[in-house]
Structures are given as C-alpha cells and as structure tokens.
Ligand binder design. Sequence first.
Ligand code: 3AM
Length: 473
Amino acid sequence: MLKYSGEPDIKPHSIHNEYDIRWSHKLGAGVSGPVRLCIHRETGQEFALKILLDKEKSRKEVSLHWRCSGSNFIVRIVDVYANSVKLPNESIPKARLLVVMEIMKGGELFEYITRNQRFTEREASNLTYQIARAIKHCHSFNIAHRDLKPENLLLAESTSDPERVQLKLGDFGFAKVDNGDLRTPQFTPYYVAPQVLEAQRRQREQRQSGRVPPGSPYHYDKSCDMWSLGVIIYIMLCGYPPFYSEIPHKPLSQNMTTKIMAGQYEFPPSEWSAISQEAKNLIKALLHVDPAERMSIEELLEHKWLQTSLVSDVVLPSPQIMLSSGLEETKMAHSSIVSAMRRKESGFQLKPMTAASNNLLNKRKVQLPELKNDMQKTVKPVVAIQTDGGEVGAHLQQLIDLCMMPPPTPSPEQTVLIDAPYMTLVRNTLEACYNKPFYPSLLKALEQESWNGSHFTRKVDWHRLGDNVKNVL
Ligand code: 3AM
C-alpha cells in the first residue's frame, strides 16, 4: 500500500484536532503503558492508541511497524503524532509519540482458542496461514519481528465463527532490520531459537573472558521468527509447549537450554496420536536447530498443511489443556519476561509455578519424580527456620531492609513497578530461597502484595510485607 512506503508522517499538531482520547478506557496494559481507546472525531470510528515516550528506540519501533502496516495480517498504524502530553496523574507534560492503530476487538490468540468449544486441526491450519502471511510481509521488508508469541497475535473481531477469524500481528517493540547482524539476544524462553541462545552464550563468554570467541560475531536472523512459529503451532495443536523448564521458577533451566540447542522434544501420543503427520513434519521442519536448514517463510506458505481445506477437522485437545494449565499464568509469565527483557538483555524470570493443580506442572512432576518429592518437602508446615546464614540470609536481610526503606510509590498511571532494581532484589531473594522449607510462605507473603513473579502489579504495603517476611523467619 502506497501510504506505508517510506517513513511515517509524524504529525506535530495536537492529536485532539482529530481524535478524542478516552483516558479511562484501557484496551490492554502494555509494558510501555496502557493501550487506550480513541475516537476519530469526524467519523466516530474507534481506534487503539499506544503512547510511547518520544525516544530514538520508540521512533524506530514506530518506523518498522509503519513499514509493515500495509498488510491485512498486521495491526495497522493509522496516524502518528509527536505531542507533549501530560498523562492523568502526571504533574508535567513529556514529549511522547501517540500511535493510532486499528482496534482489535477479538482479544489474543490463545484466549480465542480457549473460548472455542470445538477447535480443530483445520482451524489451527487457517490461523497458521494468517500468521505466516504476517511474517512473510515483515520478512519481505527484511524486518525480523523477534517477539513472535501468542500475546502479539490479536483478533480483529470477537467471533466464534472460524470462517471469520482475522488474526493480525502487532507490537514491533523488538523488531529489527535484519542485515545479518542481529546480535542482541531478545527473546521469550518458550519461543527462543537455538541460534539466539548461542549468541547469548558467546556474549556471556566474551564478557567473562574479555576475549572475542572464535567465529564471532555470531549472527542470527529472521529465521528465529520461523522457530517461534514452530513453537506456536505446537502449542496450538496440543496445548503445551515443546520445551519447558523442569524447574518451576526458572524460565530457562540448563536442561531446557540443552534441549532447545539439541532440538529435543517429543510428540506425546496421548495428545498427538490423532494429529496428522503433515502437521508434525511441518513442526519438525520449523524446529530445526540449524537455521540454514530451517524452513523459510516461502517454503512454509507452499506447505500442504497450510492448504486449509485439505486439513483434517479432527478436534484438538488444546483448549482444555490450555485452560487447565493456567492460561493466565503462562500469559503473565510472558509479559513479565518481556518487561524484564526491556530492562536488561539477559535479565528474565518466569513467574514461579505454584504447587497448584496445573497440567504443565503435573507433567513435570511425572517426568521428574525427584522434583515432586522436593515440592512435597517444601510445603511441610514451617515451625522454626534456620537460614544458612550465608547467601540466603544476606538476601533476606536486604529484602527486610527494602521493606523498611521502600522505593517511591509509582504513579497510578504506571501501574506496575517494573524498572526498579528493587524488583531484581526480590527475584534474587526468591531464587536464593527456592530450596528452603520456608519458600512457600515467603512466596505467599509476596503474592499477597500482588507479586507476579517479575514485579508487583499493585501498590505494595511495605510495612505489612516486612512484618510477614519476618514472621516467615
Ligand atoms: O494487556 P492485554 O494483554 O489484555 O491485547 C493487547 C494487550 O492487552 C492490547 O494492549 C495490550 C498491550 O499490548 N492491544 C494492543 N494493541 C491493540 C489494538 N490495536 C490492543 N487492543 C486493541 N487494539
């Protein structure tokens, strides 16, 4: 589409000339702030408004998203304004970019799947086709999306009619032009490709040794989007991911990393026996460890399984499995990882999986009996606790100190406290205490204050938290 060639025309005049912003109507809570409803004054049409601080990084995001907007499979940017904006509850205005996008009223991909009473392989093929078209569009501009995950795949309308589902890819916060030099590891563990892990390993090695490892710089490229798509198709078909950490609070355990690097995963017959061989072959071709051998987007679009009318209409187990393994939990885990990624290249944490009934967790328990025993140990009632006095004690002391001298309260606009180093302290404390018998009580004290595994989602009562932590001890 001609409109989307070149750079966006960023309008300096007030957005209010053309749009009414409904400040209190939030369509979603993004890491960079909520996405709000806005109304075009002349036509009365509804749009979604993303507000970003006007920085180089945001301009880059908008530019890449704009360039990809001329497709029916990408959430379209309609207008961009550079205005000085004072958000409700702020005292002074700040330079911001206001990104007006088409509104997606149907929610996210996995929500749609769980709403679906009868989700079939044919429908999964149709959804895959739409995602593939979105990727094809980005890749045709040499743009790698790099954050392909179900939360970034939105439905245009709320519908239960599979024929009418229109899926679109959004959020270009991690997109980058692929000049063969994508070296910053940006990823969400469930969807991370082996070459991204290899890039990370090399960076770490370089940092530690001060030497450039042989063969560097290591490149990874658009093919990591293909890997992520392989993971998404796998989850759509069976309801759980092909790779997952066997340690509940660790998003990317050593074992999981080893499995990703070796491309080691299974198609357990209990869920996969009725699923077609074509679908499995396609997943195998996408989850190829060697990027050079991985299926390209062009090959994918040619694949037989994407000819939806030819695909079997066998009913899939995924909606039930997704629902029972805690969709919210998985979603929250991903958003916390995304926020952590923005904070620090290698800093990421998943929400600890609690000992609640959870299919994914039960699966882990079955596979790892020693973990099950461990968990049984940790939920024993705690009477008197000895910390080991060393690392654990130091972490707990810091946590109690934090409660006594808490960080400033975030503004109500910034509902989550994600950027503070304090949150790292809390996460590190939890990590250090993981094997301790008082871990469940400590976690409970934090969760009472809206801790979600990455940050607090509401205002924290530090005094109460301090008391509770002391009681735990
Ligand atoms: O906070 P949740 O996950 O409910 O669905 C997106 C997400 O919602 C929503 O804003 C949140 C941060 O990405 N969102 C993003 N773009 C949107 C759009 N164009 C949108 N909702 C509607 N229309």
